[in-house]
Design a protein around this ligand. Structure first.
Ligand code: CTP
Length: 447
């Protein structure tokens, strides 16, 4: 019996796919189809696949052509599969000519002509693209535009900035304006990346105009304002999402479920540190511009694991800040300690102080260690009393996670519901910490 194998993503199954499968089957007596898993696709940059793995497998099976469907999960699996299943012929479409010649050592390799005029990319692109406007400094634009190019269904079309003359020409924007109302009238959605004190008003205005909002964290500097904004989003049937890219990185998401599954026992302590000595005007990101103090730049990121693992119901907190002499409300460094019923947490954030940017989650059975810079990690470890039980985990992270955040936002808009990785009560608790910082509640200053 001649065995044939082929692989693909098979998103939004189309005529080109079925023709390929029919011809693959005709090459032998038994056809195995490998459907690429979501994770594997992400690691290859195909992050905008519309259907889940289950849906894609079901669609391939429903053609009735394959004799067997398997999942492709890792780099190098093709060689393993060919040996394991005793495959005689490996085949794919002609878009891959030459790419799989290395498999000739194991079996015959056949490239079949690709069907012209159709592809999953084209089908995904036929959906109307979300027109996204950006509010804030222009430096982050280039980065965001680059990240959005990996995501189907979104186009950056406009920018609202006070520095209209500093916008790079290669961004091909339809509109550059200093008038926020003009921007809002032009787009379906906005990415608010202005200074933190402006977020609440700008988000509110956009929601009132029925625009979807992705807002750089912190969304507001007062807890009750967060409730108000989410309520407004609900009333107007639009999505409001907090842009905190760590929450959308694969490694962090996997870490979250690993901890929740009890691998290191009950959590007794969370320690998170984030610092950056990059307070230079005109730096690549407005996050690091002078109007972003330490607590706004890094507080939300450092607070994320604290609130996601221990909840937002802490009994006490103590904020200690070293303030800058020459700038109002600017903390060079802030440390916050939280006391819970059965746990404690501590965050350290700084733009005027440097420290080891690690995350340590201590549990009753072991601890989880994420090395610096933990907020954009692709690697972490679980460690136990017996080092033989230690385990390392790796997850590819592309583009610091911004593209995953944009994918989540576009999906939320398309599905008409907020599928945010950060629940509203966590966003509210983050804003609550900001509020106490600015009001001096539970706060001491040093120096
Ligand atoms: N294929 C084909 N003709 C097409 C599209 C795909 O023969 N018009 C083949 C590919 O060469 C591959 C298989 O179908 O062997 C699965 O391809 P996949 O990458 O899932 O589909 P595409 O439509 O090419 O997806 P994308 O646009 O995301 O690259």
């Amino acid at each position: 019996m001649k065995k044939v194998i082929t692989y693909g993503t098979y998103d939004l199954l189309h005529y080109g796919h079925t023709r390929l499968l029919e011809r693959a089957k005709a090459l032998g007596d038994y056809l195995i189809v490998g459907v690429t898993s979501d994770d594997f696709d992400k690691s290859r940059g195909k992050i905008n696949v519309q259907q889940s793995l289950n849906e894609r497998v079901a669609a391939v099976k429903a053609t009735g052509i394959p004799d067997e469907v398997i999942i492709e999960e890792y780099e190098g699996q093709k060689i393993d599969d060919i040996i394991k299943y005793g495959v005689d012929i490996f085949t794919v479409g002609s878009d891959w000519v030459g790419y799989f010649d290395y498999l000739k050592e194991y079996c015959d390799v056949v490239y079949l002509d690709r069907t012209q005029g159709i592809s999953s990319t084209q089908l995904r692109g036929e959906k109307r693209s979300l027109s996204l406007g950006m509010v804030g400094g222009s430096p982050i634009m280039t980065k965001l535009a680059n990240e959005c190019s990996f995501v189907n269904g979104v186009n950056i079309t406009a920018l609202c900035t006070d520095e209209v003359d500093k916008v790079p020409g290669n961004l091909h924007l339809e509109l550059v304006t200093s008038d926020y109302d003009v921007l809002l009238d032009h787009v379906d959605a906005v990415y608010v990346h202005s200074e933190p004190k402006l977020h609440y008003e700008q988000v509110k205005k956009a929601l009132e105009k029925g625009k979807h909002v992705l807002c750089e964290t912190p969304i507001a500097l007062v807890a009750d304002q967060v409730d108000e904004l989410f309520e407004l989003a609900r009333e107007n049937g639009v999505v409001l999402m907090e842009a905190l890219k760590t929450a959308y990185s694969l490694a962090y998401q996997r870490l979250l479920v690993l901890i929740k599954s009890g691998r290191i026992g009950q959590i007794v302590s969370v320690d998170a540190t984030c610092t950056s000595l990059r307070d230079i005007e005109g730096d690549e990101s407005t996050r690091f511009a002078p109007k972003w103090n330490s607590i706004c730049t890094w507080g939300p990121t450092a607070l994320l694991p604290v609130f996601q693992f221990l909840g937002t119901d802490y009994q006490e907190k103590h904020i200690v800040s070293r303030m800058a002499d020459d700038r109002e409300d600017y903390d060079l460094f802030t440390k916050i300690d939280f006391i819970y019923d059965k746990a404690v947490a501590s965050i350290k954030v700084g733009k005027g102080v440097k420290s080891e940017g690690e995350l340590i989650i201590s549990g009753t059975k072991g601890y989880l260690y994420v090395p610096a810079p933990w907020w954009k990690t692709d690697y972490y470890e679980t460690r136990f009393e017996n080092p033989a039980n230690n385990k390392r985990y790796f997850y590819q992270l592309d583009g610091e996670g911004i593209r995953y955040e944009v994918v989540a936002f576009v999906r939320a808009v398309e599905n008409g519901e907020a599928l945010s990785n950060i629940q509203p009560h966590i966003t509210k608790a983050i804003a609550g910490v900001m509020e106490d910082f600015y009001n001096g509640k539970d706060k001491k200053t040093i120096g």
